[in-house]
Design a protein around this ligand. Structure first.
Ligand SMILES: [Zn+2]
Length: 316
């Protein structure tokens, strides 16, 4: 944006909220952070716009946001007037006419004041955790839910990147139809044109780190040592189509970064827990390290954080 002859760039987070303001040479001049419901929790510098949380206009006099059809009170996390329409009869959350964004403001926004929308997280009414820009192509190779070998509940703590070392058709065949003790899969496959396929829902366990037998080892940044060889149960696996050593196509790289950024928000993943297959494999796999630094940097920006300087505690 340009105001009084001064050019600035506004950088937004996954819900479209104004987070960082940079000047014409790219230096940070202001920053805003919000709590889940949109109240400003951190402010530095002077942000040159009143369009802030989810890109909506905040009225500083009454300290509320005007979103399309009605006023929203970000300190209450509630609309101050009821919705004039019921956006979706089948969804009980939408019958609560003062509730904001299906009571899940980390995933959704509501630019019109009438219906929660997903921002970067896609259509909330779809019933599946899949944005519209991801193509469904289910593989039968997975375990329902996430459980460690001992049966304990597991949750996503990181992302393991892979490279297929084969062309798209072969890779897909293998991720969909491999069987027996060699059965493998991944949660996502990114082709050379940048199309993202969801083979296994991210809440289910794909067989990517050591396949079904789970023979990789990893300790995430949280220090959870219970993970051990249960990497599949605690991670999302992304396969990128391509030959070892050959760079991603520009579309493929952009799509992979977008996918990783979305997952980082969705599961609150520490950027340092984006790793390559070679980092966790016990049987000498050498794929997945390409672009790890780029993906981590993108993840930091998505979280409104600066990457640590090179030489610090992290690889960047
Ligand atoms: Zn791999």
């Amino acid at each position: 944006m340009r105001e009084n002859g001064t050019l600035s760039y506004l950088l937004a987070d996954h819900l479209g909220s104004t987070s960082i303001t940079a000047n014409s040479s790219g230096a940070k001049v202001a920053e805003l952070r919000y709590n889940a419901w949109g109240d400003t929790r951190y402010s530095w510098g002077t942000t040159p716009t009143t369009y802030r949380y989810t890109g909506q206009r905040r009225d500083s006099y009454i300290n509320m946001y005007y979103m399309g059809a009605r006023w929203y009170d970000q300190q209450l996390g509630r609309w101050i007037s009821p919705d004039t329409i019921i956006p979706q009869l089948g969804n009980p959350q939408s019958l609560s006419r003062y509730s904001y964004a299906l009571n899940d403001p980390v995933r959704y926004n509501d630019p019109t004041g009438h219906a929660a929308e997903g921002g970067a997280t896609g259509d909330p009414y779809e019933g599946k955790w899949k944005p519209a820009w991801i193509v469904d192509l289910p593989s039968g190779n997975y375990d329902k839910g996430r459980h460690s070998k001992t049966g304990a509940e597991a949750e996503v703590e990181g992302i393991v990147m892979h490279k297929t070392a084969g062309i798209f058709e072969d890779s897909l065949d293998w991720l969909l139809h491999s069987s027996g003790k060699d059965a493998v899969s991944a949660n996502y496959l990114v082709d050379t044109e940048g199309t993202i396929y969801q083979l296994v829902a991210p809440d289910d366990t794909a067989w990517h780190a050591g396949g079904r037998v789970r023979d990789s080892v990893w300790t995430p940044t949280s220090g959870d040592t219970h993970i051990g060889a249960d990497v599949n149960a605690y991670s999302i696996g992304i396969e990128v189509v391509g030959a070892t050593g050959k760079p991603y196509s520009p579309q493929q790289k952009a799509a992979t970064e977008k996918l990783v950024a979305w997952l980082v928000c969705r599961y609150d993943i520490d950027p340092r827990d984006i790793v390559g297959h070679s980092d966790v494999s016990r049987d000498g796999k050498e794929d997945g390290r390409e672009y790890i630094t780029d993906l981590q940097v993108r993840a930091y920006w998505t979280r409104g954080q600066y990457p640590p300087v090179r030489g610090g505690a992290t690889p960047y």
